[in-house]
Design a protein around this ligand. Sequence first.
Ligand code: GLN
Length: 313
Amino acid sequence: MTTDLQAIIEEIHATLSPRTGEGKAADYIPELANVDPKKFGIAVIDLEGRVSKVGDCDEPFSIQSISKVFTLTLALGKHGETTWNRVGREPSGSAFNSIVQLEHENGKPRNPFINAGAIAISDLVMSGHTPREAIGEIVRFVQYLADDAGIAIDPAVARSETATGFRNFALANFMKSFGKLTHPVDHVLGVYFHQCALAMSCVQLARAGLFLAANGKNPLSGHTVVSSQRARRINALMLTCGHYDGSGDFAYHVGLPGKSGVGGGILAVAPGRASVAVWSPGLNANGNSLIGSIALEMLAAKTGWSIFGAPHA
Ligand code: GLN
């Protein structure tokens, strides 16, 4: 089997480029609708730090829900296992912005990757901080993970989502009514909207996720981010919950822990091998990148990286 990753992703990019524009870019956050739907980038970084990249892989895009992996990591660092008093660890089987489960489950979100769960995690990250400090801490943490001080929030996206985030206000107010948020709703959502508005390229995102492929230690920077046990557990959550009600389908087709965002990005982790980021704005019915998911399926097939079996056994 070829391990020429650069050749593999160039082939995938060439095969799928004619299909970019399929799916539907998110427009409920108006600023995201301004992005060219034909953008398409892939970046793969292996544990030796070798970067393979193709297409629009150096252009920053809105990482949206992919940020939930980084804030969960931050919350676990601050609060340890007590984090799980606030959110569960089960797949939701519902849309990312669903409110129905919250009432049955008394305001405790199913997992940290659906919107309600991520809002609860933002509340945890805030403890002891003003919203501005918490946002600064999240940005610095992501810069540290990627070892890149150039990563920043896109203020236009943050403003756009604040102006139209009615569903997230509903979720947060609902949780607040159950006593499940410590801080004022508008403060928590201020943090949440800004973390979602982080702009990163595929290369930056793959670097930021590399610690999850390498037992918790970023092999490029030498930073130990989390223990190997915690890295495994975050990967497990990404596999079971990272694509909302499309998580089972992603596991079936790709077989890697992954986290999607409505900006059209997906971060995927091949444990012991590499960190991968793809970007294509058109989304499927579950709000996950359509072409990005197919690109990852092709990559997993060509490399044999699925966590569920030996390559071409
Ligand atoms: N900021 C988006 C929202 O709250 C994130 C959703 C997503 O990426 N799936 O709706």
